[in-house]
Ligand binder design. Structure first.
Ligand SMILES: C[S@@+](CC[C@H](N)C(=O)[O-])C[C@H]1O[C@@H](n2cnc3c(N)ncnc32)[C@H](O)[C@@H]1O
Length: 322
């Protein structure tokens, strides 16, 4: 699949389709129409494979990025009659389903984070490896940008986001240097920010753990896009939207997101019978069960082909009862 001259390789493509297949086959055999939500349409890689395998289903593709949607439409062009698109955040699943007149769906896929297109686009500011304006918005119509945060957040707020969203040990020094840079108006590009972070971190700490700017970029991206808050609302909404025997499959690429998914799945799959009773009380058995115990990672061979798969954690649940 082409994006701006580069090959886009969807992560864990076959495994995601395999995990969704029993739910889709059950729905095809028992319902008049089968709907799957791709909550992170991106470039349409997973959607295209789903529609190639199940050409009679309908996919609702959600993405907050208008440019991603345009690329997805082109990549999935042979199946456009079976693709409905919603440009919004994925926590709006209940509203999207209500607008489409759909009550429940057979499957939902989340492939979290930024796409290869967003990382590679020289103007979006997601990557410290390209010099670009400090933007980092997935939805370019929203007002808040990374530049605005760097120019206006007070020291305490900067330290909070660097620590909480970036797990950055040197948050105080980085925040101090961001505030000092305001006086000389010297922080405008991703390269300026990467250099500021490098100078804020003691030399011995720079020698391990990859580029020191990675954690600051992650923190700013999460704050700009409110990624964790949106995900916290989205997973319960997705669980509610599943039909009985429907499946929810989630791929997370950083531990803060994976923790949210894990906690929501643990709660959904727990019996509500008080501990110590030998059998579930009526109506208190869990309504969901884990399809994967714990999480799965990508195989070594996939990571070799697609380094982005390295940090991926895959989780899946199935709805047992309404
Ligand atoms: C990793 S990419 C998905 C790639 C896709 N599975 C494919 O194979 O082409 C993640 C996509 O989710 C979108 N996204 C991230 N957070 C979102 C949110 N809260 N609501 C809607 N879309 C979001 C991003 O704009 C990006 O296009």
């Amino acid at each position: 699949m082409a994006i701006a001259g580069k090959e886009h390789i969807p992560v864990a493509l076959e495994r995601c389709i395999e995990l969704l297949t029993p739910a889709i086959e059950y729905s095809l055999s028992s319902h008049s129409s089968t709907i799957v939500i791709d909550a992170t349409l991106g470039l349409g890689g997973h959607t295209r494979a789903l529609l190639a395998k199940f050409p009679t289903i309908t996919v609702i593709g959600i993405d907050r990025d208008a440019h991603a949607i345009e690329l997805a439409k082109s990549n999935v062009r042979q199946y456009l009659d079976h693709l409905r698109i919603a440009q919004t955040t994925y926590d709006n699943i209940p509203q999207i389903l209500a607008e489409q007149g759909v009550s429940h769906v057979a499957g939902i896929l989340f492939d979290l984070g930024v796409s290869s297109m967003q990382l590679d686009d020289g103007q979006r500011g997601f990557a410290y490896s390209h010099s670009a304006p400090l933007d980092m918005r997935m939805d370019q119509s929203q007002e808040l940008t990374a530049q605005h945060i760097l120019d206006t957040y007070d020291r305490g707020a900067l330290i909070h986001i660097l620590r909480t969203y970036g797990e950055e040990k040197f948050a105080q020094k980085i925040a101090d240097n961001i505030i000092s840079a305001r006086a000389s108006s010297s922080l405008h590009t991703t390269t300026d920010l990467a250099e500021l972070v490098k100078l804020s971190i003691p030399a011995p700490a720079r020698r391990t753990g990859g580029n020191p700017a990675k954690r600051t970029f992650q923190a700013l991206r999460i704050e700009v896009n409110q990624e964790l808050a949106v995900l916290e609302r989205a997973i319960p909404a997705a669980l509610d939207a599943l039909d009985v025997k429907g499946r929810l499959v989630v791929m997370a690429y950083q531990s803060l997101e994976d923790k949210i998914v894990k906690a929501a799945f643990t709660e959904a799959t727990a019996s509500r019978t008080p501990r110590g009773l030998p059998v579930d009380l009526p109506n208190s058995a869990a309504h969901y069960s884990l399809v994967i115990r714990g999480s799965e990672s990508a195989s070594e061979s996939e990571i070799q082909m697609n380094p982005r798969a390295q940090s991926m954690r895959l989780r899946a649940v199935e709805r047992l009862a309404a």
